[in-house]
Ligand binder design. Structure first.
Ligand SMILES: Cc1cc2nc3c(=O)[nH]c(=O)nc-3n(C[C@H](O)[C@H](O)[C@H](O)COP(=O)(O)O)c2cc1C
Length: 205
């Protein structure tokens, strides 16, 4: 399977890191086209204390804890509109935008394909491939909500970065993992822990 993962400048770079790690661990994905918006290094520095400036293959593999020779992640520059994910003729399963800023959400909802993230999402929609958007903002204004509704109506999956508590998380890692499991579930990609409510958790009485 080939997938595109885009990371934007919303809060929650850790969701991107964990999603990429879980995809790598799953063994179900052969190629991940990775695209990052220009704000990601700032957010990553603030939230994770990591330096994601001037990324190259080795730096990405280091960040994700992958073997330094791993070719799983293929990193594309944001302004490279000739990159693989910008073409519908590149067959891939779909795209995940995690986390997705309101800026990127708006650009996709308007059909503006001015950078590689917007263009790759546009391609997914026109080819009717799976597009999983993980928006992060609070509170949402009416423009954000309208953009989400618009994209949902044409087939995008809106999977908000809103952690749940029914699985009794004890750590931030538990919260992050649970959301990322739900992202992988959208593509039926296996992961180590269950993320679905089965009904067996409570007694019927
Ligand atoms: C530390 C930090 C946290 C941010 N958190 C959010 C957020 O949660 N949601 C959001 O929509 N924008 C957030 N922003 C603002 C976006 O980064 C900004 O709107 C940017 O233009 C988005 O561009 P992009 O979509 O190309 O990444 C944050 C910015 C910084 C520096």
């Amino acid at each position: 399977m080939e997938l595109t993962v885009a990371v934007t400048g919303a809060s929650g770079t850790i969701y991107a890191q964990r999603t990429l790690q879980l995809l790598a661990e799953s063994g179900a994905v052969e190629t991940i086209n990775l695209i990052m918006s220009s704000v990601v290094p700032t957010v990553a520095q603030v939230e994770l204390g990591v330096n994601l400036k001037d990324l190259n293959q080795k730096k990405i593999n280091d960040w994700l804890g992958l073997d330094e020779k791993s070719k799983l992640i293929r990193f594309w520059q944001l302004d490279n509109l000739a990159a693989k994910p910008s073409s519908g003729s590149n067959k891939q399963a779909g795209m995940i935008i995690v986390p997705c800023s309101m800026g990127t959400l708006g650009a996709i909802a308007s059909g503006a394909g001015t950078n590689l993230i917007h263009r790759a999402a546009d391609v997914c929609l026109k080819e009717q491939r799976k597009l999983v958007i993980v928006p992060r903002e609070t509170p949402f204004n009416a423009i954000h909500l309208e953009n989400m509704l618009k994209l949902s109506r044409i087939g995008a999956q809106i999977l908000p970065a809103s952690p749940s508590f029914y699985h009794k998380p004890k750590t931030i890692d538990d919260l992050v993992n649970h959301l990322c499991f739900r992202i992988l579930d959208q593509f039926d990609i296996p992961h180590s822990k269950k993320s679905q409510w089965t009904g067996d958790e409570v007694s019927p009485e």
